[in-house]
Design a protein around this ligand. Structure first.
Ligand SMILES: NC(=O)c1ccc[n+]([C@@H]2O[C@H](COP(=O)([O-])OP(=O)(O)OC[C@H]3O[C@@H](n4cnc5c(N)ncnc54)[C@H](O)[C@@H]3O)[C@@H](O)[C@H]2O)c1
Length: 256
């Protein structure tokens, strides 16, 4: 698919990689309708998009709510006059060990239902809702014409200690990406996932510098990735017509 002149929907476009993808696509001449939950973040991305070759439109939508996602996809596609691509990017972390015994007190705590469910709702169900709404819209309006769905996984899909919820969601979306390639090819839709390693975005801002040094140490390239390096994989999936159903690791060579 040629990016210039194409129309994209992006979730979580108010910050980090989603913001970078939104602005990166608009710089290349694509029109983008992104969603996020934070009004201030939405306004900031819209402001940053002013004057770019492509349009940047912001919407409020919680990807964990299927009715909101259906409405956003309908409204966003109507505002753009169609939709050729979707990036399922919105994601959260709520880390914790499955069980943890405190050394002094002997008290055993567990990863809570709430932390489990919040991450599954946003990072797994959100991808399902977005893809379902986008695919339905495409089949109803432009079946047979090329469309692309990119979902953001993580290196943690291999199983990262302290991330039962996040690892399960990020592995699950890669599995869906593979099966959707088979289900959706007949309608012209290709799919792809990207598994970034540690990438410089606000999601990592809560991490103390000492912890960041520790996570970067085993990375063969000895640094975090940049959002632009993840965007290069987005562009490849969009532009390569023979790519579907696979996950691209962009992680500096780190093995978990
Ligand atoms: N930064 C990393 O190191 C890294 C590594 C691997 C994968 N990822 C994944 O990349 C994606 C983007 O992460 P990021 O680092 O840019 O994070 P970020 O926190 O900077 O951005 C995430 C955006 O998603 C939005 N969002 C969260 N929940 C939402 C919801 N329910 N509905 C709509 N929007 C919602 C947030 O408001 C935020 O604007 C996520 O899926 C994340 O899991 C990040």
């Amino acid at each position: 698919m040629k990016i210039e002149g194409s129309k994209w929907l992006v979730t979580g476009g108010g910050s980090g990689m989603g913001k970078h993808f939104t602005l990166g696509l608009a710089k290349l001449g694509a029109d983008v309708a992104f969603c996020d939950m934070s009004a201030d973040a939405i306004a900031a991305t819209v402001a940053a998009g002013e004057g770019l070759p492509g349009k940047v439109l912001g919407f409020t939508c919680n990807v964990a709510n299927s009715a909101e996602v259906d409405q956003w996809v309908a409204d966003a596609a109507a505002a753009l006059g169609g939709a050729d691509g979707l990036i399922n990017n919105a994601g959260i972390i709520r880390d914790g060990l499955l069980v943890k015994k405190e050394k002094d007190s002997g008290v055993v705590s567990v990863l809570s239902d709430a932390k489990w469910q919040q991450v599954i709702d946003v990072n797994l169900s959100g991808v399902f809702y977005g893809t379902r709404a986008f695919a339905k819209h495409h089949v109803e309006t432009k079946a047979g014409q090329e469309a692309v769905i990119v979902s953001i996984s993580s290196i943690s899909r291999a199983g990262n200690q302290g991330q039962s919820n996040y690892s399960a969601a990020k592995a699950g979306l890669v599995s869906m990406t593979k099966l959707w390639a088979g289900e959706l090819a007949r309608y012209g839709i290709r799919t792809g996932a990207i598994a970034p390693g540690f990438t410089r975005t606000p999601i990592l801002e809560g991490m103390p510098p000492a912890m960041l040094e520790k996570v970067v140490a085993p990375v063969p390239l000895k640094r975090m990735g940049e959002p632009e390096e993840i965007f290069q994989a987005v562009k490849f999936i969009a532009e390569c017509g023979y790519f579907t159903g696979r996950c691209i690791d962009v992680d500096g060579g780190l093995v978990l």
